[in-house]
Structures are given as C-alpha cells and as structure tokens.
Design a protein around this ligand. Structure first.
Ligand code: SF4
Length: 198
C-alpha cells in the first residue's frame, strides 16, 4: 500500500515534458521542508498498486509523473514495473537527496528529473544522485555554476514562485539574464499556473 496525496490528469506544466498530457501521482511526505512546497503532506489515501494502475489507465495520457512529496521514499521496483507495463512513459521528479531503490535496467526506462533544493537555508540533506535526464533548478538568485557538475541531458532554470508579483517579476528577469549569459540553461516556466490548470 502506498499513501497517495492525489492522483489527477492534467498537462505537464514545466520542464522538458511541458505540454504533454500526464497523470500525476503525488505522494505524501518529504525529507525536506521547502517554504514554497505545494504539497499537503499530511493528507492522502492508501492505495495498492493494482488500484493505482487501474486509476492511471482511466486516462489517455502518454505520460505518468511521480511527484511529491519526495517520490523516491515511496517507490520500488515492483511499482515502477507495474506502471511501465501500462505502456506509458514514466517520469519521476525528485530532490535528489535519496537514491532511487531501482535496478539499473528499470532506471534506464524512466525519465528522471532532479530538482535540487540545496539553496534553501538550513538544508542539510546532500544531493546523492549525480545523474539524470533533466536537471530542473529553481532559481532564487543562488550561485548556479556548480549545477553543471551534475550529469544531465538537459539543464532547466525555473524562476521560483515567491507568491509576490513584484518579486516574481524581478526573479523572472534575473532568470532570463542567466539563460542568455550561459546558454547551457533552458528557461522553464510554470505554465500550468499561468493558464490556471493544476
Ligand atoms: S523537496 Fe519538493 S516535495 Fe519536498 S518539501 Fe521541497 S518542494 Fe516539497
């Protein structure tokens, strides 16, 4: 049984898979406590893997996104194999501080996004994963050069949503400048928030 915070169908709003219809499986619980986190960690429904797969199959989405909470705390080989058997692309969004408990073979079949939270004041959890398909960095104005030490196929820089229009605008401009100055970055925007979907 796994505690699922919510399972819903929408468009992936950010990063490499932006715009793709996706079933989101949001887990409850995380080893970090980011102030901008949009997950209610205390709520959730216990579901077994068969029930989760049945729910996923109700939607025509080509993509399933496992997100947080911190999904690496809650997934295992059996669960990922059950999801892969649906024929959908499986993506996981992790903070990178907990290694994935998956075989190399299974890991190669899923899309891995690391979104490090190492810039948070007081964050003591080191990033243990050093390789991914996509590195998605939330930009709050921190030093950025060390992120290229991490091996990734794509590097995205995404302005943090501070919940403050003026601060967000300043941060967006700073993020655009960072992308223009270092062209290894691609800009990622939270388009789901702009168009009013989940
Ligand atoms: S790492 Fe992600 S899920 Fe965990 S507290 Fe931070 S934003 Fe929330």
């Amino acid at each position: 049984m796994r505690k699922i915070n919510e399972l819903f169908y929408s468009l992936q709003g950010e990063g490499y898979n932006c715009g793709i219809p996706a079933v989101f499986i949001r887990f409850s619980g995380c080893n970090l406590q980011c102030p901008f986190c949009d997950t209610q960690h205390n709520t959730g429904e216990w579901m077994d893997d068969a029930a989760i797969v049945t729910e996923v199959m109700k939607y025509p989405a080509p993509l399933v996104v496992l997100t947080g909470g911190e999904p690496s705390l809650f997934i295992d080989e059996l669960f990922i194999k059950a999801l892969l058997a649906t024929g959908k692309k499986i993506a996981i969004e992790t903070n990178g501080t907990c290694p994935l408990k998956l075989s190399e073979e299974t890991r190669k079949q899923i899309w891995i996004t690391i979104s490090p939270k190492d810039f948070l004041e007081g964050s003591k959890a080191p990033i243990l994963m050093q390789e991914c398909d996509e590195l998605k960095v939330v930009n709050v104005g921190q030093e950025l050069s060390h992120y290229f030490d991490m091996k990734a196929h794509h590097y995205f820089l995404q302005p943090c949503d501070f919940g403050d229009a003026k601060k967000n605008q300043e941060n967006l401009q700073m993020t655009i400048q960072s992308c223009l100055q270092d062209t290894r970055w691609r800009l990622s925007l939270q388009t789901h928030k702009m168009i009013g979907i989940r």
